[in-house]
Design a protein around this ligand. Structure first.
Ligand SMILES: [Fe+2]
Length: 399
């Protein structure tokens, strides 16, 4: 065993030991049309008097925020709105939200929006009950203090942040991204309400849907068999292959929207147990360097990473083929694995996402490969990424 593989095995051992000390998280979701109102009534019943609402300005201007919180009118719950979240939220935005929360004495936080708003809300809530600099919390499980109750109403179906205890945050100066996590950052309850997603544009539906698929696949093929990661990843995979095309083709298709919201949530539950893998290790770098949206970055990388670990993950990929409905049980493992990878490529094409990007520059390959090489060592991946393999993938996805 090489030194790198030995270190990876040690990291996995440590992760498993720490996870064994943690209790099982409690997930709670209201689902389907009208579920945002159900969540609002749930929040009212907890006795909260002042609620910080964390969202972004475009969503508020579209009327989505008013629509989502209509059931809070005349309940006596005062809403304090922070709509300063932008894509890739920063510590500055968190500080502004925290200030508003403390000024008004808000007792709980409700996030409405995509992953950026939910992630920002998590860190605002954590910062509201601590004097520590949130930058010190970057890493695994470093938020250990009590945090005000968090609720979330996702308006995209992809990041799964509504089902995880992690939050991605960017430093506005260095542009570096960090992940902050802690058991108390898992939302206490969420609403997966298709009413709020009907107007989501097709390219965003497609890219976020492939992000959810990537979560499901990375949790399914990982080497850490923890909790329900496989069951939730399986349910998510099946739903995405059945409904993503319809959600992209017709945004008003409520059945497809509901299915995708549930799929993203299930995939979020899966990665909340075992984290992501090699696809994210590369996608994070091209997202950070070039601003390529996260779902799109995953879509570029996903089939190549699956091909890279086709032998090591053969059994899992074969099972995924059956879940995706692209093979029959009598076929060989390798044939099914190949069919699943081909099905991922086909799905990506069918939802209108590209195979390459003209933003990626050859002169950055070494830098990007170095970061991805390091990042994958922290994930329970079936096969560590080698530098040559990362470089080959970068070449393939460059237009
Ligand atoms: Fe992701």
């Amino acid at each position: 065993m090489s030194l790198r593989k030995f270190k990876h095995a040690s990291t996995l051992f440590l992760m498993k030991s720490l996870a064994g000390l943690a209790g099982s998280p409690a997930y709670m979701a209201y689902t389907g049309s009208g579920s945002a109102a159900e969540l609002c009534r749930h929040i009212t019943r907890t006795g909260v008097r002042k609620l910080l609402l964390v969202t972004d300005k475009p969503l508020r201007d579209l009327g989505i925020v008013d629509q989502a919180t209509a059931a809070l009118a005349d309940t006596g719950v005062e809403l304090v709105i922070f709509d300063g979240v932008e894509p890739n939220p920063t510590y500055d935005q968190v500080a502004a939200g925290r200030k508003l929360m403390l000024e008004h004495g808000c007792e709980a936080v409700l996030a409405i929006g995509g992953g950026s708003s939910i992630d920002a809300a998590k860190i605002i809530a954590a910062a509201a009950t601590s004097d520590e600099d949130p930058k010190n919390w970057v890493g695994f499980g470093k938020v250990k203090h009590e945090v005000p109750k968090l609720y979330a109403i996702p308006t995209t179906s992809g990041t799964g942040s509504e089902a995880t205890m992690g939050a991605v945050i960017s430093d506005s100066e260095s542009r570096e991204k960090g992940v902050i996590s802690g058991a108390s950052l898992l939302p206490a309850a969420v609403a997966l309400d298709s009413d709020l997603m009907l107007g989501m544009p097709a390219p965003i539906t497609a890219a976020t849907g492939i992000d959810a698929l990537t979560h499901a696949i990375e949790a399914y093929i990982c080497v850490w068999d923890r909790g329900t990661r496989k069951e939730h990843a399986a349910m998510a995979t099946r739903l995405i292959f059945q409904h993503l095309r319809d959600a992209v083709a017709d945004g008003s298709n409520r059945e497809a929207r509901d299915a995708m919201a549930l799929a993203a949530y299930y995939a979020g539950i899966a990665i909340n147990q075992v984290n992501v893998g090699n696809v994210h290790a590369i996608a994070h770098q091209i997202g950070g360097k070039y601003g390529i949206p996260h779902g799109l970055a995953n879509a570029l990388v996903l089939p190549h990473v699956l091909e890279y670990c086709r032998v090591e993950s053969g059994e899992a990929l074969a099972e995924l083929a059956l879940l995706a409905g692209v093979g029959t049980a009598g076929e060989t493992t390798d044939a099914l694995a190949g069919k699943f990878i081909a099905a991922v490529v086909q799905l990506r094409a069918d939802v209108g996402l590209p195979e390459t990007s003209d933003k990626i520059r050859a002169e950055d390959y070494d830098y990007l490969a170095g970061l991805a090489f390091k990042e994958c060592e922290g994930y329970p991946v079936p096969k560590l990424l080698e530098r040559d393999a990362i470089l080959a993938i970068l070449r393939k996805i460059t237009a």
